[in-house]
Design a protein around this ligand. Sequence first.
Ligand code: ASP
Length: 355
Amino acid sequence: MNILLIYTGGTIGMVQNAETGALESFDFQQLQQHVPELYTLGHHIDVHTFQPPIDSSDMTPDHWLQLRDIILEAYDRYDGFVVLHGTDTMAFTASALSFLLPGLTKPVIFTGSQLPVSQVRTDGRENLITAVEMAADTDAEGHPRVPEVCIYFERKLLRGNRATKINAEGFNAFRTHNFPPLATAGTHIIYKAPLPATPLGESPQQVDERVLQHSPKGGAGRGHLCTDIVVVTLFPGMSEEMFAAQVSAPALRAVILRTFGSGNAPQRPWLLNQLNLLRQRGVIVVNITQCDEGSVEMGRYQTSRLLLEAGVVPGYDSTWEAMLTKLMVLLACDLSREEVISLLLQSLAGEITPS
Ligand code: ASP
């Protein structure tokens, strides 16, 4: 199998600076030195390195477009893609790529590590080797086992746009609170085959046409995603002044409202007034729960029925990483407000379970 390994940066490829003690990226060739087993798997592996490799805190939407372009340019020559990426913003990049590569038919597997691969107790070696194995795995008919954007970490393969970083230290850095793992790696790799990333009853081509015809064109410096979005977390005692300050930018296109429980908000007249003002400005407001697990169910309580009446869109069981990147992509496309809302309510790449 032909695999393209794309090294963007992150802890996996870092060494400690002897003078400052800080972790810094090193030349990718040294990674080959540290993981010689990679080249005994029997696959042809080519490497593409970001110049310079970056800490994932420095990732921008332009880098996501650059990554999308690298994959699309190489798409026909490779059977699968493994992206080495820092863990801090990996869930954002994986989510964005799932929307930027509609109709994907090959594995794009993100991985990284909590300890540099140069250290004895590193988790990077296993993560990298198994990610390459999974990217190359096919079923009895020769089809890729996981033709979607995934994250492989600590023996679990997760749907990328369902994942969240949950641990700043432990090797179990990621979890998909609302979706089962796609595969687990023990003595054997066991694929679980839950619901496919493409909505049931809809072919990848249909999704392709609907989104791709409006898709932002080009890579870094040519096309851009829309970043005129704010994430507002409600808290008991929040004042109108503090809320209004967060949504005051004239360029604002969307608000992700992080609400309580199953999508509830305080029944304050000022909040409804602010939401109505946002609707009048054409700003889309999406409701996401602050809970890790479960879904927004608007209308279940009076406190969320009011939001529904103010035109707030339910985000269902989306992670905020997936909702943010979905909005960034959709708002960059040539779509009306109504079309964006209609696509927000649908699963485009397996990112939500609409009720
Ligand atoms: N700060 C690093 C990054 O996200 C952490 C990591 O790689 O795990 O690039």
